[in-house]
Write a protein that binds this ligand. Structure first.
Ligand SMILES: [Zn+2]
Length: 473
């Protein structure tokens, strides 16, 4: 059964809510678990003068317009220049062996600067206030070199898990000044051959209650970053905070990316203000809001009305399952709320949405391996998603939908797009999410950047230290 939530006006609403998801139940993911053979040696990436390609990917399973098919992918320079069956070429090749190949995983929300500081911070009640206070105490210890080392390690883990594009949120305030920004820029530069990083500078601890922050934000924006963001709930003047961030975005012609809420209050805090500013400044399709734990506490009908407005304004929504799950429900001793917003209806209505990693090994989230496939699996688990269609939609939230949220155009396996190619050990997007499938190899801008290494079961001879009789996982 499905019903349309009334929006209070005569315009036909885009939003359709399934009153009972079980009524639309479909078979669970089925079929054999496939095993992938050895990954070929690195391509030398040099072809003969007459060959149109520098690299050929053989027997890739690609999904275009929701339809899966097996084909070859031809690469010249840093672009995909051909997609089709059995392309003729003697160029170096990578064999996908019928496995899924995508145009890279896309991380739309990640804090590189404060990643890997769990060893400097204690976790007590696990509340958001505690996490923010612990990070404030740690920030004065951040040096550019320290940030560089931690950010680089986190970024490297992203790369090894198939992420080829990242938006990172970097804090700017008098405690850390611009050291975090400098460290993250250096880390991104060190891995530029493997991953594209765009930076959103933002204030975590308030703007108007934190003298000196505005000046530093302006200095950071003058460096030429891609986006500016804020955290209105942490400011003593949250509405003025939102206005100022939009004002800066207009002045520097950058996108806006807010941490909009992070509590269990069942109200859409600040959403109206963000919508009004987006419309007033003509910033449609340039605004993103993150977390929305409070939206997850709303009745679907309330969310639907707001969602329609956000669809119209092209405001992207990024849900951060690991952090939201860790920080919410802390006042409950049982029947704990999850605080993770379900996105299916919003996406079905035409909304831009993604799921992302957010924090790694810090007081906000003391876990993390930077695997977006694992994050998609976690999200599916939290939201009770199980059919192939539902699992495939989760995969979209870390690939093409995430690209759309952070303004990446021309995403997908198609001629003319960037040759970012990630082979995953699965025969469908749904299977990849269900099994948390491993990365087999990655090509970034036409060059192989990662070779996957699966665990191997050793045969009896190997276990005794002699001979070779191994089975690759
Ligand atoms: Zn965040």
């Amino acid at each position: 059964m499905r019903f349309v939530v009334p929006t209070g006006n005569s315009a036909s609403p885009k939003w359709v809510i399934r009153a009972d998801r079980s009524a639309a139940s479909k078979p669970l993911l089925a079929g054999p678990i496939r095993r992938v053979g050895d990954v070929p040696e690195d391509a030398s990436l040099r072809s003969s003068e007459s060959d149109p390609f520098d690299l050929i990917v053989r027997d890739a399973l690609i999904v275009v317009g929701g339809v899966a098919r097996r084909c070859d992918i031809g690469v010249a320079g840093d672009l995909i220049t051909a997609v089709g069956p059995k392309l003729r070429s003697s160029a170096p090749s990578l064999d996908a062996r019928g496995n899924l190949v995508v145009n890279g995983l896309v991380e739309s929300h990640l804090h590189l600067d404060k990643s890997r500081i769990a060893d400097r911070c204690a976790v007590g009640d696990g509340s958001i206030d505690e996490a923010m206070a612990a990070t404030r105490r740690a920030k004065p210890t951040f040096t550019e070199a320290d940030v560089y080392e931690r950010a680089r390690q986190t970024l490297l883990e992203c790369v090894l898990h198939g992420t080829t594009r990242v938006r990172t949120h970097v804090e700017v305030d008098p405690l850390v000044e611009l050291r975090g920004l400098d460290g993250v820029i250096a880390a991104a530069e060190s891995l530029r051959a493997a991953v594209d990083v765009d930076i959103c500078v933002f204030v975590q601890d308030g703007l108007f209650n934190n003298p000196g922050t505005d000046e530093l934000l302006v200095a950071a924006l003058a460096r030429g970053v891609k986006a500016v963001g804020g955290t209105p709930y942490a400011d003593t003047e949250p509405i003025r905070h939102i206005h100022r961030i939009f004002e800066l975005a207009a002045e520097f012609d950058v996108d806006v990316d807010f941490h909009l809420d992070l509590s269990q209050l069942p109200e859409p805090r600040f959403a109206e203000v963000v919508c009004e500013e987006t419309a007033a400044r003509g910033w449609e399709a340039r605004v993103t809001v993150g977390h929305l734990t409070q939206w997850s506490m709303l009745p679907p009908a309330t969310f639907a009305v707001l969602g329609d407005r956000m669809v119209d304004l092209g405001i992207g929504v990024v849900v951060l399952p690991a952090t939201d799950l860790f920080l919410m429900g802390r006042t409950s001793t049982f029947a704990k709320p999850r605080g993770v917003l379900e996105l299916a209806d919003f996406v079905a209505a035409g909304g831009k949405a993604a799921i992302a990693t957010n924090n790694v090994l810090n007081p906000f989230t003391p876990y993390g391996d930077c695997s977006l496939v694992r994050m998609a699996n976690l999200y599916a688990n939290i939201c009770h998603l199980a059919t192939p269609e539902e699992l495939s939609a989760c995969f979209d939230l870390v690939t093409r939908n995430a690209a759309d949220v952070i303004g990446i155009s021309n995403y997908g396996i198609a001629v003319g797009n960037h040759a970012d190619l990630v082979a995953l050990d699965g025969a469908s997007t749904a299977e990849v999410v269900a099994r948390v499938a491993a990365v087999r190899w990655v090509v970034k801008n036409g060059r192989q950047s990662v070779r996957g290494a699966g665990a191997e079961l050793l045969g009896p001879h190997d276990m005794n230290g002699a001979g070779s009789d191994a089975s690759s996982l």
